[in-house]
Design a protein around this ligand. Structure first.
Ligand code: NAD
Length: 440
């Protein structure tokens, strides 16, 4: 088992740190955010991720998981260094690798012997080589001649199911040039070898590309069914049944064929933009990716149009929004469709009350600076009280179990916009709702 340092205690860093320590490795999680590290030290997670905290506490107690804000110490304490910092979109849509390059420089400045540096962040093709060049340059500046390897080990976990995905992934992708690097990474993931998880070995450029290709493909798939949903609405077909009929075909597969209000989150939007940007920079247009980006924006606008088509002028109308995060079992609000939809409803004069089981703290941090004022409720029933309409944006299990009679009773109006197709139209109409799904 290995000593591992992970830089970046975000969604990926924390889950990777907890799981690598659960595998038996000794892990130090390093972040520049002091409050994050303090919270982690006390056994609490700064992010909500289903099932995470018990494992966090268990591995701290076992002495396999520690935390630090000292990057230099992180470089010195392990031979295997994972980079899991954020790679947000730049204003032009490219991936911002500034934090990655900064860390590479720190590694080159402080390493005191062989290191295996592993990019876990999602990064543009060529970043591993760039990281190697920066480390080499820093070593050169101080006349040091330490050996090092660079590997790319993109992360495929899904927020909300991240623990399960890390403990039993569909594959582990390793881009590495040397046997030493491949062997060390295989060792860090040892329990997965026994679980027969496939390991795919490639060069670093290919691993980096495979991550973008995977996310962009899934984003295109979601966008395809979303566009089909709008066409189904117009043509009088049912997109859920279309998706069922399509998904049974193993060449297509049923995953990521659920129509909804548009894809969001911290990965699909920024990664498909980055892929499109890479294509533009290489003069190889990524036409499908570009089209999916545009169609996804249209999908979010279409949700607002659906609400207006039913309700007319929204000035002064009370709209209860159930669910704000981009998917259930996470508190992540980054690029959630709710940001566009709720923002538009507010701008059009609606009074929005909202409830989300775990997303409201992050939602407040995003809506308030944008000048979007929302009434945050302590439960779904409080949110719907006196509402002219309910808009369901995230399919939290809690909403699937709502007492719909009580919801109907508490509302002032009858409109129910179920933008995740959680409920059945007939049942909803039987309860007296004016029901509107997506493509059903
Ligand atoms: P995040 O924003 O949640 O966390 C990034 C963390 O890095 C922050 O806590 C930040 O303080 C820290 N950081 C920044 N600079 C640092 C430095 N120099 N040293 C140490 N820490 C530093 O990001 P995330 O969602 O965990 O994503 C990380 C990477 O993994 C991204 O490239 C993302 O695309 C990729 N990824 C994310 C997911 C996901 O579901 N969130 C899944 C797969 C891959």
């Amino acid at each position: 088992m290995k000593n591992i340092t992970i830089f970046g205690a975000g969604y990926v860093g924390i889950v990777s740190g907890v799981c690598f320590s659960e595998f038996g490795n000794h892990v130090t999680l390093v972040d520049v955010d002091v409050s994050r590290i303090e919270m982690l030290r006390s056994g609490r997670s700064p992010i909500y991720e289903y099932g995470l905290e018990p494992y966090l506490q268990r591995n701290i107690a076992a002495g396999r998981l520690g935390f630090s804000t000292d990057v230099r110490q992180g470089v010195l304490s392990s031979e295997m260094l994972f980079i899991a910092v954020g790679t947000p979109s730049t204003t032009e849509g490219f991936a911002d690798v500034e934090a990655i390059c900064e860390l590479a420089a720190m590694i080159g400045r402080h390493m005191d012997g062989y290191r295996l540096v592993v990019d876990k962040s999602t990064v543009p093709v060529g970043t591993a080589r760039r990281v190697a060049a920066i480390i080499r340059e820093e070593l050169g500046k101080r006349g040091a001649h330490y050996d090092f390897d660079i590997a790319s080990n993109p992360e495929f976990l899904r927020e909300g199911r991240a623990m399960e995905d890390f403990m039993k992934p569909q594959r582990v992708l390793v881009g590495a040039q040397t046997d030493r690097a491949k062997a060390a990474l295989t060792e860090a993931y040892r329990p997965l070898v026994y679980k027969d998880v496939p390991f795919v070995f490639t060069d670093t450029n290919t691993a980096e590309m495979a991550k973008y290709a995977s996310n962009a493909f899934l984003a295109v798939k979601v966008t395809f069914i979303n566009e089909m949903a709008i066409l189904c609405e117009r043509m009088g077909a049912n997109v859920q049944q279309v998706a069922e009929a399509m998904g049974i075909d193993t060449r297509i597969g049923s995953e990521y064929l659920k129509a909804g209000p548009g894809f969001g989150g911290s990965c699909f939007p920024k990664d498909i933009r980055a892929l499109a940007g890479m294509g533009r920079a290489a003069s190889i247009p990524m036409r499908l990716a570009e089209a999916a980006i545009e169609a996804n924006e249209a999908q979010k606008r279409h949700m607002v149009e659906k609400i207006e088509a039913r309700m007319g002028d929204l000035i002064g109308k009370r709209i209860a929004v159930l669910g704000l995060t981009f998917k259930p079992e996470t508190d992540d609000m980054r690029e959630a469709p709710a940001l566009h939809i709720v923002g538009a409803l507010y701008e059009k004069g609606a009074v929005v009350s909202a409830f989300d089981p775990h997303g409201m703290t992050n939602a407040k941090e995003m809506f308030s600076p944008a000048g979007v004022e929302i009434e945050y409720s302590s439960d779904p029933y409080e949110a719907v009280a006196g509402a002219d309409a309910v808009v369901l944006l995230t399919e939290w299990e809690q909403f699937e179990k709502l007492d719909l009679k009580s919801v109907r009773h508490k509302m002032q109006g009858r409109n129910f916009f179920d933008f995740r197709n959680v409920f059945d139209r007939k049942q909803m109409e039987g309860l007296g709702f004016e029901y509107e799904g997506v493509g059903v």
